[in-house]
Design a protein around this ligand. Structure first.
Ligand code: F6P
Length: 595
């Protein structure tokens, strides 16, 4: 071997020793954090220093680092905002509002809607003291706002302003029910419901997006707000904001799956949708798979440059980051402290539904939506009763189905089919007051839902397709007794994180029924062994981390933009100097005359 060869070998050995030492250091410090008690909250300065460290690392590497080094809390978010994005006003935009006021016989009723988006964004907006812009759809909403259409929320302890946007009946029909929920929703979910695209819906969608853009501009206190645009209701909004507020950071989060480019090509306005979204500084998806599908769609339909290594798309002179940010829930959930313990919750629920002591309780909680696999769940129950009849009389499935989009034909049909099937099962397998399926098609408050999770032996999340599914994470968060079994569809984004759940294919009733049997017969010790790591996962990857990662990326983008501006000024003045030198030289040559 030559001397150069042996030097090189030594360099390689020393470098790998150094890297291993670093890896060991990080893994030990990470393990210490993950195994710290749930109450571990780093001091404020430690949290912010850790966040800054992540950002420094991030800037150094030009890519995401292990952000789990930070214990994410509302305080971490506030620190990022004050220190890394000073003076930035946070504006959230979503269709669904976090608080709905409805007229009731005895006055005005306040409803928190059944929406994963709302349960994730609400604690974030509270922590950032931002402004939330949303459609005011409640029957008493107009009565509750001030002269600027704002109402301070949460009621009783207001920390942020909810700015309501009013839509005409025609806009609501076309934009929300039509284009968003009969077009984009079935387009993005593999649930075999045909998307419907109407020109008039598209026009209403565009008009509604414009109305929200105007409201964002009106609410912005300066030229550089951070606007968090939520979901498929607003594909055109990022571009509209960018045109009016070029300095804004627009972070768009797509809460549902993104289809592959062939499926996406069905949409008659596919280029407009992609163009609209690429007005964003950052576009987030729950999974890398959906981020990749989006990038492929852009690659196929727009003249753009895809920087795969940087997860970025350059289009029309602007760069957009396309990343996966798995959404999560508040941890610790504030309302847990208000709830009775697991034993009390069990007793209440069993009494309410008249369940005998030896009957196991399996629950499903969602909006009545054809993507959620509710009929498939019923079929799994029937399959279990056929294969293992000893469970007839010993198991009840409590299905909470919040009414949703009920005027659309696909939803009406699902509603009827679910009720019919539940009735059939009850007739076939019920007796002496025992009903295997209890279907409650009513809205439930978050407190009521958590009480149900705490009372359950099994929680079934059997979505045919789902961006993330926060019911799965909420069930885990509710079980501080480390008991209960989660059955989770492999087609929900949550199955990429909650690996200790019983992962099922909702299209396979035989497999689902066997998983149900496994759940019913699982020992408390195995339940604990599965539940504990899932709870650690949700604790470490809570919703503050979700928002914090996006804000850190936004801070990096803003800093990079500022640097680019400084470089551009320096380049311009350098060019001007060269021009001066050249013109001086030319003047000299001119005065010297011809040779
Ligand atoms: O998460 C997807 C989503 O469509 C959210 O955008 C929405 O808030 C939620 O489901 C409930 O749906 P809707 O607002 O149409 O009732």
């Amino acid at each position: 071997m030559t001397d150069y060869g042996s030097d090189f070998l030594w360099i390689v050995i020393l470098a790998s020793l150094g890297l291993s030492a670093l890896a060991v250091f990080f893994s030990i410090s990470r393990r210490q954090r993950t195994h710290a008690p749930a109450t571990y909250t780093a001091g404020e300065d430690v949290a912010s220093e850790a966040a800054r460290k992540v950002l420094r690392e991030f800037e150094k590497n030009g890519q995401s680092v292990d952000a789990a080094l930070v214990t994410w809390s509302p305080e971490t978010l506030r620190k990022i905002l004050t220190e890394d994005l000073p003076e930035a006003q946070v504006i959230v935009v979503s269709n669904r509002e976090p608080y709905i006021h409805n007229i009731k016989d005895d006055g005005v009723e306040l409803v928190v809607p059944a929406s994963g988006l709302v349960s994730a964004l609400e604690p974030i907006t509270r922590a950032c003291a931002g402004t939330w812009i949303a459609y005011g759809g409640g029957t008493a909403d107009r009565l509750m706002v001030d002269e600027h259409d704002r109402v301070q929320v949460p009621p009783g302890n207001p920390t942020y302003a909810l700015r309501r946007v009013w839509l005409t009946e025609e806009e609501y029909q076309g934009y929300y029910l039509g284009f968003a929920n009969e077009g984009l929703w079935p387009l993005c979910h593999i649930a075999f419901t045909r998307p419907i695209f109407r020109e008039s819906d598209w026009e209403a969608y565009e008009a509604a997006n414009r109305k929200f853009a105007e409201t964002v501009v009106a609410e912005a206190r300066n030229e550089r707000p951070i606007v968090l645009v939520q979901d498929y209701h607003f594909a055109l909004l990022p571009r509209m904001i960018r045109e009016r507020l070029p300095e804004a950071i627009v972070i768009t989060f797509w809460h549902i799956p993104w289809p592959n480019s062939e499926v996406f090509s069905i949409c008659p306005w596919r280029e407009r949708i992609l163009d609209g979204l690429l007005g964003s500084s950052i576009i987030g998806f729950h999974t890398q798979f959906h981020a990749n599908n989006f990038t492929e769609s852009v690659d196929r339909f727009l003249e753009s440059r895809i920087e795969r290594a940087d997860a970025a798309i350059s289009y029309g002179g602007q760069t957009t980051l396309v990343h996966a940010y798995p959404i999560s829930i508040e941890w610790p959930a504030e309302l847990l402290a208000k709830l009775p313990d697991v034993d009390a919750s069990r007793a209440t629920l069993r009494e309410r539904f008249g369940l005998k002591a030896d009957v196991k309780l399996c629950v499903g909680v969602e909006r009545l939506d054809y993507t959620k696999g509710i009929l498939d769940r019923f079929q799994a129950l029937e399959e279990l009763f056929i294969r293992h009849p000893e469970w007839v009389g010993k198991l009840v499935l409590l299905q909470i189905a919040a009414p949703s989009r009920g005027t659309l034909p696909a939803y009406k049909q699902l509603h009827d089919e679910c009720h019919r099937y539940a009735e059939e099962l009850n007739q076939r397998y019920g007796s002496n007051g025992y009903k295997p399926v209890v279907m409650v098609a009513e809205h439930h408050s978050q407190e009521q839902v958590y009480e149900i999770y705490r009372a359950a032996d099994i929680c079934m999340v059997t979505s045919l397709h789902d961006g993330m599914n926060l019911v799965a994470k909420e069930f885990v968060a509710a079980r501080d007794d480390e008991q209960g079994v989660l059955m989770l569809s492999t087609f929900a984004g949550a199955s990429r994180e909650l690996l200790e759940a019983l992962i099922v294919n909702p299209y396979d009733p035989a497999m689902m029924s066997e998983a149900l049997l496994q759940a019913l017969t699982m020992t408390p010790e195995e339940q604990r062994q599965r539940m504990r790591p899932m709870r650690e996962m949700v604790r470490d990857n809570n919703v503050y981390r979700w928002a914090g990662s996006m804000l850190l990326d936004a801070a990096r983008l803003r800093k990079r933009g500022e640097l680019d501006r400084v470089t551009a000024v320096a380049e311009r003045s350098a060019n001007a100097n060269i021009d001066n030198v050249v013109s001086m030289f030319e003047r000299k040559r001119a005065t010297a005359g011809p040779r």
